[in-house]
Design a protein around this ligand. Structure first.
Ligand code: FES
Length: 135
């Protein structure tokens, strides 16, 4: 079950209204996100990249439990960033602690695509050995 962090600014986001696809790099794992089937049980904001990864069996690191209190869920959005919610100042502050920061960097637990386009995210190299797929 996902938790909340009472010390951060509330995220403004919309759940996707249409189905879309997330591709996780470098493993090229494609995940179909069904708008009627957004999980509220996995860690991270409902509909977040982390949430979708966990639901698809991709064990992305998320040390704080997906409440914007670490930077271990750092991802780089290679395509579709325009369809994602804006990062809050709290997310930006946490991202500043992440190695390998890029202009398209986000926290996977706070980044919620709205489903208007396919999204491609890259798991940074320093974090890849922590990512594993179940099955
Ligand atoms: S899991 Fe800690 S900030 Fe996303």
């Amino acid at each position: 079950m996902s938790g909340t962090n009472p010390y951060i600014e509330k995220q403004d986001f919309k759940l996707p209204e249409s189905d879309y696809q997330i591709t996780f790099l470098p493993m090229q794992k494609k995940v179909e996100v069904l708008s009627e089937n957004i999980s509220t049980e996995s860690d991270g904001l409902p509909g977040s990249i982390l949430n979708a990864a966990l639901d698809a069996g991709i064990d992305m690191d998320h040390s704080c439990g997906g409440v914007c209190a670490c930077s271990t869920c750092h991802i780089i959005v290679r395509q579709g960033l325009e369809s994602c919610n804006e990062a809050t100042d709290d997310e930006e502050d946490m991202l500043d602690l992440a190695p390998g920061l890029e202009p398209q960097s986000r926290l996977g637990c706070q980044c919620v695509p709205n489903g208007t386009q396919a999204v491609i995210v890259e798991i940074p190299e320093w974090n890849r050995n922590l990512v594993s797929e179940e099955h």
